[in-house]
Write a protein that binds this ligand. Structure first.
Ligand code: C2E
Ligand code: MG
Ligand code: MG
Ligand code: MG
Length: 289
């Protein structure tokens, strides 16, 4: 009896595995089509300067409008696109769409707000990532100073010579380089300062746990102190409550991003967060006003 039972469990497991594999195959062929049909949209989430209240940049976050499954969040398809090599095409689309939007904001005199694009570590290691960025800037006419690149710690650590060189070049053109989800990887202080990084984004798990765990609070304090000593800008991600905001202000954090300010929203909706200060800084004229 036990044997028969085991067999049934196995059959069930087998069936589930099959279903899972089939779903994956289906989703992958859907993804190929989706890239052709451009079934994606970008939502934008503002980052806000705590001293001035101004939006410093807006992060582009991709969503897939799947014809059957509805709107899919990136955790449903980024992995798949990385593993299948489609990430390069997806990144091209994201870069093009985000830069076109930033250019439009500038032309509509809504202000020179930077747009931040997430680069996958898979894609970042490819030689054509530079080409992709340059060709998009060229095609859209966006100033490099209005483009921000978000990469994870793990992307920094792989192939560090190449990465350092590439970042130096991007930074040299005026782009902003941000390290995303900081604190979840393994970069050390001595390692970090070798890269031309403008900004550290403290991972939201620390912000979430900071109010109830003194260890997490200590980590946040240490990251802020370290970033400041290295002349880096510091952004707290995933800020949801006023308590978190107050704590981060006390700690001298520069910027916040999170549901407290806004969820990721459409381009049109995010415009309402742009302040007159953003408008003054048009066309790279940072000294206006
Ligand atoms: P991320 O770059 O760290 O983006 C932050 C994620 O946290 C976003 O999820 C955002 O919606 C969410 N978030 C922001 N504020 C809060 C908050 O206050 N509370 C909570 N609970 N969550 C918050 P999303 O849009 O689902 O994106 C997830 C991840 O997918 C991103 O993490 C990024 O790593 C990746 N991703 C998104 N768009 C792209 C893209 O165009 N290319 C690549 N390669 N990756 C992308
Ligand atoms: Mg990000
Ligand atoms: Mg992040
Ligand atoms: Mg994160």
């Amino acid at each position: 009896h036990a044997k028969a039972c085991g067999k049934n469990v196995y059959k069930l497991f087998d069936k589930k595995m099959n279903e899972h594999a089939n779903e994956r195959v289906t989703l992958l062929s859907d993804l190929r089509l989706a890239l052709e049909r451009e079934e994606f949209v970008l939502h934008y989430q503002p980052k806000v300067d705590l001293l001035t209240g101004n939006v410093t940049s807006v992060e582009a976050l991709v969503r897939w409008m799947h014809p059957r499954l509805g709107m899919l969040a990136p955790d449903k398809f980024i992995r798949l696109s990385e593993e299948s090599g489609l990430i390069a095409d997806l990144t091209d689309w994201v870069l093009r769409t985000a830069c076109t939007q930033a250019k439009k904001w500038q032309e509509q005199n809504l202000g020179s707000v930077r747009v931040a694009v997430n680069l996958s570590p898979y894609h970042f290691q490819r030689q054509d990532v530079k080409e992709a960025i340059f060709s998009v800037l060229d095609a859209t006419g966006l100033e490099p100073a209005l483009l921000e690149i978000e990469i994870t710690e793990s992307a920094l650590m792989q192939n560090d010579e190449y990465t350092c060189e590439l970042l130096r070049e991007l930074r040299g053109l005026g782009m902003t380089i941000s390290v995303d989800d900081f604190g979840t990887g393994y970069s050390s202080l001595s390692y970090l300062h070798r890269f031309p990084i403008n900004t550290l984004k403290i991972d939201r798990t620390f912000i979430l746990n900071m109010m109830k765990s003194s260890e997490d609070q200590a980590i946040v304090t240490a990251i802020i102190a370290m970033a400041k000593s290295l002349n880096m800008q510091i952004v707290a991600e995933g800020v949801e409550t006023v308590d978190q905001l107050e704590k981060l202000k006390d700690q001298g954090c520069h910027e916040i991003q999170g549901f407290l300010v806004s969820r990721p929203v459409t381009a049109e909706t995010v415009e309402q967060f742009f302040t007159p200060e953003n408008h003054l800084h048009q066309h790279g004229n940072a000294t206006a006003g």
